[in-house]
Design a protein around this ligand. Structure first.
Ligand code: F6R
Length: 608
């Protein structure tokens, strides 16, 4: 988590870096800082809290001359959110400054060793240890590049780092290991950052640095080297196709709202080029070279895990492939993973950087099964390490809470089920044609319904804003949606919410129901509707209030019915998902919460 940026160029560097940090704030926002060289010395400015606090400090500072700088926005791992723990960190002699995203696992040992040599530490961070280790290695290795590499070779764990030296005011050094770092090539200026939007206003030409690579850049030159032996590495620069427009709010109050309303576009983009001319087959050339799996193990975290749970229904029903879905942080510590030849792992991750999911990918590869990645971020670690990757093409998702990414993952899973259903002959062409027609109808349908859905979400959020608890209930393909609805509500509004399989309520949780504990039920027009209806009646018999997301013409009496357009199951999820997202969005906004950056969270969870 944390976002880093480094700049070496011809512009006033601190504003460039602060602007970049602003676009990286989704990665962490409990403190921020910048470093630049002034009058031959490193000047470090840091502040606890959001970037605005740092900007206030910087406003008092003469910055004009620096054309090289670096910055950091933090999500605390080692050490509480406080100015002393904010980055950049300085070496004891004040000659080096370092920003870091990741965790140095052996920092305690290194710290003890450095302390025995007289180093003192002013923070609780692993980063301050690393910058002093570089300073120590410099005593025997005066070339900073070599000292930097030597120290990094001793550091175990994950890092993306950027380093500056007081005697080289125009140079940035950077390196990565298991944490994202992208190099941006401008004209007379170069950048490194944790994510592309940080420097997108200045260049779209990028190099995705690999693990174990180090870069040294000045405004006019750069070199990329292998950390192991400092041998030069050649990379071809790629040109990013999306622009700042895609990374900005586009007139909406929050990124989250913009991203919810982008879902019709996400579906049409996700279908483009993936349906054959006869409109009866999905085209996924990424899968052509892989055998159809005998069993699929889906591994993911959070919202991506919910997509996987939903996708299981389609993969089993349409393609006839048995599917196991597991949370990555559990999967990675299982003793008997039962991964056998002819099976396949599918890791789902919007960011492509989630540490647990990446670890699961590596474990699955060690078991010798092909690993398919379903990622949104192009060039991310998971995308690069998977045997094959399918991009979900949702565009940059900035809001910390994931919305359109889930929609794009669901769409891709539906296409995969169609694709394998066709290869396995388990889904007749007529049925495939019908399903493809339905998928193609979704963008227009959602475009029509989203404004009314938003109004209803606003209305219901006002009515239920006093609730301190919520149940979300669903069955079958609606169960993953219940989990997702509850996750969205708790992470955005800090209201306790539990997603539950409706049929499980009677096995204990129903004891919690009383007039102050409302239930949000998913009661759509599908085979399980009568069962869900019975579960709702059981809640009502305990004086529980019920909001029900339901379809026209269904016989259901609840306090607050919320009618959404009917679609055959399981595709009905595409209409239910935005309703759940909008309800949580409105609830959080009404309660005055920070919608795009909820407390304690970060967008990209690169720690275990
Ligand atoms: C919830 C949310 C998280 C992520 C989870 C996995 O709104 O955003 O639960 O879904 O951290 O992230 P990715 O998909 O990047 O692996």
């Amino acid at each position: 988590m944390c976002g880093i940026i480094g700049y070496a160029g011809h512009r006033p560097a601190v504003p460039v870096v602060v602007e970049g940090l602003c676009r990286l704030e989704y990665r962490g926002y409990d403190s921020a800082g910048v470093a630049f060289v002034r009058q031959g010395g490193l000047r470090v400015m840091r502040a606890k809290g959001k970037l605005a606090a740092l900007e206030e400090k910087l406003a008092q500072e003469p910055l004009a001359t620096a054309t090289c700088a670096m910055g950091h926005t933090r999500w605390a791992t080692h050490g509480v959110p406080a100015e002393r723990n904010a980055h950049p960190h300085l070496s004891n002699d004040g000659s080096l400054a370092l920003v870091h995203n990741g965790i140095i696992e052996n920092y305690q040992e290194v710290k003890a060793d450095l302390a025995s040599k007289g180093y003192v530490f002013h923070s609780e961070t692993d980063t301050e240890v690393l910058v002093n280790l570089i300073a120590e290695r410099r005593k025997s290795e005066p070339d900073l590049l070599h000292a930097f590499a030597a120290a990094l070779r001793e550091a175990h764990g994950a890092y993306a780092v950027c380093l500056m030296h007081s005697a080289e005011p125009e140079t940035i050094y950077a390196a990565r290991m298991s944490a994202p770092l992208i190099f941006g090539l401008g004209t007379g200026e170069n950048f490194v950052a944790s994510d592309i939007p940080a420097f997108l206003p200045y260049t779209r030409r990028v190099i995705f640095l690999e693990d174990g690579e180090l870069v040294r850049a000045t405004p006019a030159q750069y070199e990329i080297l292998r950390l192991a032996d400092l041998a030069p590495v050649e990379h071809e620069a790629q040109t990013i196709q999306w622009d700042m427009q895609a990374a900005q709010k586009g007139g909406h109050r929050h990124f989250m709202l913009k991203e919810i309303f982008e879902q019709p576009r996400v579906i049409s983009d996700g279908l483009t080029g993936r349906i054959n001319a006869a409109r009866d087959a999905a085209l996924l050339p990424e899968l052509d070279a892989l055998p159809v799996p005998r069993r699929l193990h889906i591994v993911a975290c959070g919202t991506s895990y919910h997509s996987g749970l939903w996708g299981r229904h389609l993969l089993e029903h349409w393609a006839g492939i048995p599917v196991q879905v597991e949370i990555a942080s559990e999967f990675r510590y299982r003793d008997s993973l039962l991964l056998e030849k002819e099976e396949m792992a599918l890791v789902i991750s919007q960011s492509g950087e989630t540490a647990d999911t990446l670890a699961a990918l590596r474990i699955a590869r060690e078991h010798g099964v092909p690993v398919l990645g379903l990622c949104n971020v192009v060039g991310s670690s998971i995308a690069r390490e998977a045997s094959a990757v399918i991009y979900t093409q949702a565009g940059p998702e900035i809001s910390v809470a994931s919305t359109k990414a889930m929609c794009s993952q669901m769409l891709t899973l539906a296409l995969m089920a169609l694709y394998w259903g066709c290869r396995r002959n388990s889904l007749p062409a007529t049925r495939r044609r019908e399903l493809i027609g339905l998928l193609e109808s979704l963008p227009a349908l959602l475009d029509d319904y989203l404004p009314a859905m938003h109004d209803r979400a606003r209305e219901l959020s006002r009515k239920y804003a006093q609730a301190r608890n919520f149940f979300y209930l669903g069955r079958g393909h609606c169960y993953p949606l219940a989990l997702e609805g509850a996750l969205k509500l708790k992470e955005l509004s800090y209201i306790h919410a539990e997603g539950y399989a409706a049929g499980e309520m009677k096995h204990g949780p129903i004891a919690l129901i009383d007039p102050a504990f409302p239930t949000f039920a998913l009661a759509l027009d599908d085979a399980l509707f009568p069962k869900v209806k019975s579960n709702i009646v059981e809640v009502q018999a305990r004086q529980g209030k019920v909001i029900a997301l339901t379809n026209p013409g269904l016989d259901l009496a609840v306090d607050d019915p919320w009618i959404i357009p009917a679609l055959p199951a399981p595709l009905a999820a595409f209409a239910a998902l935005p309703a759940l997202q909008l309800f949580s969005y409105e609830m959080a906004d009404y309660l005055g919460k920070d919608v795009d950056q909820p407390r304690n969270l970060a967008k990209s969870v690169t720690v275990e």
